[in-house]
Ligand binder design. Sequence first.
Ligand SMILES: [Fe+2]
Length: 133
Amino acid sequence: MWTDDLTVGIDEIDSQHRSLFQQLEKLLDACVAGREREEVMTMLGFLDQYVVTHFATEEGLQQEYGYPEFDRHRAEHAVFLHRLQFFKEELSASAPSRDFVLRVNQTLIDWLTSHILTVDKAASEFLLKKMTG
Ligand SMILES: [Fe+2]
C-alpha cells in the first residue's frame, strides 16, 4: 500500500506515515483472517493512539513554523479521528465483517493516501522551506 510517491521529505513524518500504513494493513489482515474481535479491537486502539500522536507531530511542526493553513489541516485530521471513532464503536458492537474490511479500506486508507498526497505534501513543502531556510 505504501509507495514512494507518498514521501513528503520530512523523515519523522514519513516514517510515521509508513508505520500507519503497516498498522492498517495488519488490522485488515487480522479481519480477513477472522481473528478474535478483541484482538482487532486492540489493534484499532493502538492505531487510534498512534494516529493521535502522529497528528500531534504534524500539527506541532505547523504551529512552530506558523503554517497559514494550520486550521484547515487540523480540521481534516479531526474528520479522520471521527471516522476512526466510528469504526471503533462499530467493532465494539459486532465482529468485523467483509463489509467492515471494505469500508476501512475505502474510508481510512483512501483518506490517508489522498490526505498525504495533497495537504501533507503542501504543508511539508512549506515546513521544509522554513526548516532549511
Ligand atoms: Fe496531515
